[in-house]
Design a protein around this ligand. Sequence first.
Ligand SMILES: [Fe+2]
Length: 272
Amino acid sequence: MNCEITPLSEHTGAEVRGVDLSRPLDDETRARLNQAFVDASVLVIRDQSLTANQLLAGVQNFGTVFLQQNSKFALPECPEIHYLSNQDRYPDGKRYIPGAGYHTDHSNAAEPPKATVLLAIQLPEKGGDTQYVNLRRAYEGLSAATKQRIADLKGTHVYQSKHSERKLIGLTDEAKQKVPDAVKHPLVRTHPESGIPSISSIRSGSRKSTGCRKATRWNCSTNCSHTRRRRNTSIAIAGSRAILSCGTIAAFCIRPMATMTIARPAISIGLC
Ligand SMILES: [Fe+2]
């Protein structure tokens, strides 16, 4: 398959054209896409009009699917995929904005997924951007003394952190039995494929990060971020091992969109 891969910024993201994920990919194309994903941390694959089951099959070119922790938003015809929408509300009637606030999906899992996949199905005329923060670059920018100080620190990751800017929809009793209560992960992790170190997620799902919060907060401010304007039928694959995401999609988008997660070495998917 003759696909074209173009960088989207100096440090984060690559755009892919000429790929049809509704059909099997040849080995060479699959290898190119996976390498581009490792290098750019975010892949945006254009022009994918897919059914839920085609999305599920297409995403498995990048790994196996990680099951979402909260099944409330599962698509009936394909429960591995969840929708994101601005049409859902908390029990008290307030609008629920999924994906808002910087976070990495499922960082509270013992083995977190390697990526989150979003397929934009219906977007509004305005809004719906996603901001990605490159944590590899954030780590690069730390002083040698700070790198040494945080080298052995760990953060505690939970489903709902008191530090989170958003309140998640509560888990069912059944899900609570399966979702880890609190998991520790190193603050600095090394990407298993590239060998490049980065800071791990310390917002949203992380409860404590033992002295590292101040040191790293804000290298991630301006020189590491990249904002993507979503387009209908575009798929975004964001790497959980080097990226923080902040979505505004649900504040503006109209049901349905889709999301899923790729486990390790797999993905989390969502229609958004
Ligand atoms: Fe997310």
